[in-house]
Ligand binder design. Structure first.
Ligand SMILES: O=C(O)CCC(=O)C(=O)O
Ligand SMILES: [Fe+2]
Length: 361
């Protein structure tokens, strides 16, 4: 799962991500991790000595005020551009030619013997910086729905002996297993297998799919790992009409680019964000024989929802959701997903028409 971030490795990186639902990039240029560290140091008013420690052992004490200042950090256009410079070529292959960067990123600062656990989503009180996260997929764990093809870019700020993330391989291909956060004791029935454990190293980046089940890791040993692990996580989405955000277009003719790529044939995990873009553009998508539990069903949902085909939209959700092995009722997803609304901004930024003005917030 480890690949140096080099042009020669592009195909291996993309196919590992598509198959397993995550990939780790190594040998990432220092400027990338340094920039996240600088922003955290600035927001949290760290002294230069504390900043240095953050990047090494993580051993600094954060005051309640600093935690408040660090709980959600705005993504500036400079940071977004830096990310696109460093991993834009990969994002183009994983998400397609039009990319949204999340408006904020999360800072995490966790100890191995931490007892607090987040099972009800982000409380906005700053606890989420230090508490362990229960098991979730990023798509339904977030308050605001964006896209199941979104991607988390998790950036370790220091090297740490313990496990930071548990990632359940292949779960992004098993349909939506949960509409909420789960505790470790709960997950048995989903039969997700053993997680892959990620041990953070500064200079790496983990990319994982929004449907990949994951949670915070710990060693849970008698002897907790010393130090604190510090990281930042930022998200990227394919073109999305249901968030109030400005996308960046990476190619001159996105629809032509998508059509050419689809003609070459591709894995459904990579096809899904392209179909989703086509659906928001009001373009034709091929959707015969979509497999039960395939992420491809989301684009079909968007297409039917935009066309006002309520029944077909609900059926597309039913294909995406895995109620046999999952934890929540189909109705809970249907109720949530049909409450989405369009925003002007993603469309107006690209100068394309909003497909249905009556659905605009
Ligand atoms: O860093 C952690 O503890 C969990 C991170 C996570 O769930 C995420 O970045 O999506
Ligand atoms: Fe997460």
């Amino acid at each position: 799962m480890y690949y140096p971030l080099k042009p020669d490795n592009m195909d291996s990186i993309v196919s590992h991500y598509a198959r397993e639902g995550f990939v780790v990039l190594t040998e990432v240029e220092d400027a990338f991790t340094d920039e996240f560290t600088n922003i955290v140091a600035h927001k949290g008013s760290l002294t230069s000595q504390e900043k240095d420690l953050l990047g090494k052992s993580g051993k600094i004490d954060l005051s309640p005020e600093q935690i408040q200042a660090l709980k959600r950090i705005d993504v500036t256009s400079e940071l977004s551009n830096l990310c696109l410079d460093v991993i834009g070529d990969i994002l183009l292959k994983l998400l397609g030619p039009i990319i949204h960067t999340s408006r904020d990123f999360h800072f995490q600062f966790k100890k191995d013997n931490e007892r607090r656990e987040i099972l009800k989503g982000y409380s906005e009180d700053g606890v989420e910086i230090q508490a362990l996260y229960g098991i979730h997929n990023e798509f339904t764990a977030a308050r605001i729905l964006v896209s199941p093809s979104g991607l988390v870019c998790w950036v370790p700020l220091n090297t740490y002996e313990g496990c930071a993330l548990n990632l359940f391989p292949g779960t992004h291909r098993r349909g939506l297993l949960t509409n909420r956060w789960l505790s470790k004791n709960e997950i048995g029935r989903a039969d997700m297998g053993a997680p892959v454990k990620y041990y953070p190293r500064r200079g790496e980046i983990v990319l994982f799919h929004f449907m990949t089940m994951h949670g915070s890791g710990t060693s849970h040993g008698q002897n907790p790992v010393d130090g604190i692990r510090a990281s930042c996580d930022i998200r990227f989405f394919p073109f999305c009409g249901i968030i109030d955000s400005e996308p960046t277009c990476l190619v001159a003719n996105p629809i032509e680019w998508i059509r050419e790529r689809i003609d070459q044939g591709m894995d459904e995990v990579l096809l899904a964000p392209l179909n989703e873009t086509l659906a928001f553009y009001g373009e034709r998508i091929k959707s015969e024989n979509t497999r039960q539990h395939s992420v491809l069903s989301w684009a079909e949902f968007i297409r039917h929802w935009l066309a006002g085909n309520e029944q077909e939209a609900l059926e597309a959700i039913a294909r995406l959701v895995n109620t046999q092995q999952g934890f929540d009722t189909l109705e809970s997803y249907q109720k949530r997903f049909t409450q989405i609304q369009l925003y002007e901004r993603p469309f107006s930024t690209l100068g394309i028409p909003v497909p249905r003005q009556d659905l605009v917030k």
